[in-house]
Structures are given as C-alpha cells and as structure tokens.
Design a protein. Structure first.
Length: 138
C-alpha cells in the first residue's frame, strides 16, 4: 500500500491506537547497558542521543527523565511528505492544553502525550476523524 498524501483521507482514517505501557524520553551518551530491542525510538542531537524507552526499563537502568508519556500510533499509512497533519493535531491539542511530541515513522505517525492527558488526546483524535468524515458526506 502506497503512503497517503491526501490530508482529508488521512484525517478521516486516523485510527488512533494507544500503545501499552508508559514511555519516557532519556538523554544518553552511549547505549552500552541498554539492549537495542528496548530502545523504541531514538534521535541523535548535538548534546547526545535521545531515546524513548518503557518507563520500567529506564527506572531499572536509573536513567533520568522529566515526564511520563503515553504513545499513540495513527494507524493510517501517511506519507512522510504529507503536509499539514502535524499542524492540525498540534493545534487541536494546543486548544485543549495538551503537550504533544510527534514522531514520524516510515509508515505511521506517532504522538507522545503526558500520561494524564492520553484519554483526552485519543478522544480529540477521534473527533478530528469523525468531523472530517461528516464534512466529506456534506
């Protein structure tokens, strides 16, 4: 299936799914004591490597983190070249005072939200999707 470039199609088919577990972002110098399969995502920055881990793994390794987050995957195959999706989601969450960290994978977009806001975030994503479906029927 080809990645989708139509923002209306993507919004109608967001299919948000909450991944099991609580996740944290940690900054590390090296991954010596961390099994590669435990690193859920990573990016190299000038200051060091940021990794996303399950909270219990970070705790067992005594890695510091600042916030616990839930991970929402949008199960629509959106293109890396799709314009506007991050802006629309960020605006919706901003209007409800929800912090979000968006990360694009090759096939799907992923959203990290503070643990206490995950239920509202899922609700808002469903609302976005339903609203777009209603608009397309009009």
């Amino acid at each position: 299936m080809d990645p989708e470039l139509d923002i209306n199609y993507v919004l109608k088919n967001l299919s948000p799914q909450l991944k099991k577990g609580v996740f944290v972002f940690c900054s590390i110098d090296h991954v010596k004591n961390i099994k590669e399969e435990n690193i859920m995502a990573s990016i190299v920055e000038t200051e060091g490597r940021t990794i996303v881990l399950k909270k219990e793994i970070a705790d067992s390794l005594k890695l510091p983190y600042s916030v616990t987050m839930n991970w929402i995957t949008l199960n629509v195959n959106s293109s890396l070249e799709l314009v506007g999706l991050s802006a629309i989601i960020s605006k919706k969450f901003t209007d409800h005072h929800i912090s979000c960290n968006l990360m694009a994978g090759y096939y799907h977009d992923h959203i990290f939200v503070p643990e206490e806001d995950s239920n509202m975030a899922i609700k808002l994503l469903h609302e976005l999707s339903q609203r777009r479906k209603r608009k397309s029927k009009s």
